[in-house]
Design a protein around this ligand. Sequence first.
Ligand SMILES: Nc1nc2c(c(=O)[nH]1)N[C@H]1C(S)=C(S)[C@@H](COP(=O)(O)OP(=O)(O)OC[C@H]3O[C@@H](n4cnc5c(=O)[nH]c(N)nc54)[C@H](O)[C@@H]3O)O[C@H]1N2
Ligand SMILES: Nc1nc2c(c(=O)[nH]1)N[C@H]1C(S)=C(S)[C@@H](COP(=O)(O)OP(=O)(O)OC[C@H]3O[C@@H](n4cnc5c(=O)[nH]c(N)nc54)[C@H](O)[C@@H]3O)O[C@H]1N2
Ligand code: SF4
Ligand SMILES: [Mo]
Length: 734
Amino acid sequence: MLEANWVLSQEGGGVISEKATYCRICEPLCGLIATVENGRLVDIRPDKDNPISKGFACPKGIGMISVHNSPDRLLHPMHRQPDGSFVRVSWDLALKDIGERLRTIIAEHGKDAIGVYFGNPTAFSYSAFTWVKGMTDALGSPHFYSSGSQDTNTRFVASKLFYGSPLTISVPDLHRTDFLFMLGANPVVSHGSMVSGTHVRDALNDIVARGGRVVVVDPRRTETARLYEHVAVKPDGDAWLLLALLHTVFAERLEDAHAMVDVAVGAETLKEWVEPFRPEDVQHRCGVPAAQIRSLARDLASADSAVCYGRVGACVGGFGTLVCFLLDTLNLVTGNLDRPGGAVFPTPPIDTNGFIVQQGLDTYATKKSRIGQLPEVMGSMPAAVMAEEIRTPGPGQLRAVVVLSGNPVLSVPAGHNLAEAMTELDLLISLDIGVNDTNRHADYILPATTFFERDDFPMAMLPFQLRSFMQWTEPVVAPAGEARQEWTVLRDICAEIDIVPSSSAAVRRLGRLGRRLGPRLIFDAMLRLGPYGDRFGLRRGGLSFKRLRKKYPHGVVLSETVGTGVLRDRITHDDHFIQLAPSELRQELDRLSAEADSDPQYPLRVFGRRELRSINSWMKNSPKLMAGGRGPTCCIHPDDADQLALHDGALARITSKAGWVEARIEVTDDVVPGSVCLPHGWGQRVDVAGNRSGVGGPDYNALTADGAAAVEPLAGMSILNGVRVRVEPIPVSR
Ligand SMILES: Nc1nc2c(c(=O)[nH]1)N[C@H]1C(S)=C(S)[C@@H](COP(=O)(O)OP(=O)(O)OC[C@H]3O[C@@H](n4cnc5c(=O)[nH]c(N)nc54)[C@H](O)[C@@H]3O)O[C@H]1N2
Ligand SMILES: Nc1nc2c(c(=O)[nH]1)N[C@H]1C(S)=C(S)[C@@H](COP(=O)(O)OP(=O)(O)OC[C@H]3O[C@@H](n4cnc5c(=O)[nH]c(N)nc54)[C@H](O)[C@@H]3O)O[C@H]1N2
Ligand code: SF4
Ligand SMILES: [Mo]
């Protein structure tokens, strides 16, 4: 085992050292060893001593060094000029001007006119995440947007309806299950989401090795589906499939009646509601043959242990909340909720959820958006209405936006509308490591640190860990150029407008008295007072950040399994019972049943995919990472290709009600007939870090629609998958 930070050589005055840290691009948080030479990051390799990743790191993690050291990395605050060009300014000037402009906006329109959008990397920085939430809470502004409405919000709402709390989210007990029923997830590429603290691919292989099954429900024979059993579902057909599974469980009396009665109410109503969804009647809607549905239901119900797990593909269709709700319902009725090998509820070493509850932040629908009256989800509003919120005059109009590590122009529906709307803002600020399609519209782009330049622990992943795991990392290098940690920038912006960025009223009061707490102090205290903490010296061998770093530089596994028997505590409805038949479920079943089966004008449905060697809209620019592969092709089934006279490699136009894109066709029977598959995160028109020319490609979100009428109504969730399209060849002569 190596020390946290050790010197390799000290020749000729140069110092080379190696430091243990971890990757913060996606959820496995793989351990890395950083080699630093004279203060510069010169090499990254997987950390074989990390107890979870054990020497694994994917090409993105290793490739992050080229993003970090990229000549296009943003190193200084940049100020946009009237002609659209950017000039370098000092931090002092930037912050002063930002402060002045925000004060003017507040004086004229109030704090409600200021909003925030935070993107995916925010979830990988304990300090940035806490401070951006704190800033919005201190502003009291409803304009709090994030990638959540394109990612997780339906999951939160389903939990709110089912358990009473958006924070009660189960993880699939991969290490002990006999049957994983996985829907809308492709962990072989994504490395797993909302399930952390394990190497997902090994965990899936182990299920099969011990005689169990992994069933992958996906409209594409994905990299994951290929390795296990594939159930080919139609895009957005999941609700039909899950309802038919439930129907079968009830009709054939396969349910675990005890498990249901003990913790839930509404079972009889639910049975009535799923009665009409006979597999034989809905097979054409989900694309899965009735016989296969029936045998899946029997196998799920009779397995010694089984778990239904859904992720992005389950969340971002037209019925995301319904689908997530039905997954939990299946876990319950098959007797697999809160039991080993089923759906389990972790207890993290730092009780961030407890903090959220204490501050009253675990809310749903306590406020509605000004545009469209859509419900907030833990304070977050639908990004799909941002453009309209900017453009619609009146009290509460959005006039200034801070974008933190995000690129909504490429990641939210109809991002091009948002791009246009953003030019009408009084002030747009972005904190990023590079220029992207969003911040090219910003008045200021402020240079942020990369994860190699900041301290961290895996805060947001703790509630999703199968193995309770903690690692504390210091920055491995000093910030490049004038880059600053996000939380300090947010703190300084808040100071300009005289607010204290904290979600806690007590901390805000302390702050106004001049006692400002930094993130490290706060979370160190939470760890020290938590179940594994040192109680400030009262418990020998207990943890603090300092001790974590010294004793466990590669991280430490605190418990190997998730404890069960906790469900009662996680149900927070007033009567302490799971609600199986809330009125919202009825409403969604009616909406589902009323949905037209097809649209002759748009006969196909588009769905997404992620790419192994890039993440969302960034890293597409690294030539090394992008080498090989076919790029962002539009996959289509041979039958559909034949009918449309499309051949492999042809250029085609894909058109939805909202817009169109052009992409190269890839003919493959990996995708179900009646669908097309396109990766998201392409369509760059400007430089991004590491690439001076921009990389282009089809912008998936030109096909998705924004506005209040276009979202999933219960969560205000953007509908990204299952969007109806038509595909046409583009004549070669063009
Ligand atoms: N059609 C379609 N759209 C989707 C999805 C889909 O499946 N289909 N997926 C959705 C999902 S799940 C997500 S999470 C969103 C992502 O949406 P966003 O989070 O809005 O976009 P990203 O592409 O992740 O952009 C991240 C930005 O953060 C910057 N960055 C990277 N590291 C750091 C850092 O350490 N600090 C700072 N300050 N900046 C940093 C990058 O340069 C980049 O500009 O996209 C959503 N959009
Ligand atoms: N390499 C890489 N890794 C990543 C990312 C990346 O961009 N690149 N992004 C990261 C982020 S932000 C996230 S949120 C996670 C997401 O991690 P996952 O949830 O595993 O996400 P995806 O890989 O998008 O898998 C979603 C699957 O849903 C399928 N799908 C689409 N529509 C439907 C449908 O209607 N029904 C069903 N059943 N399936 C459907 C798609 O074909 C796809 O295989 O991945 C993270 N990891
Ligand atoms: S990007 Fe790769 S190395 Fe980094 S956490 Fe994700 S899987 Fe691990
Ligand atoms: Mo995501």
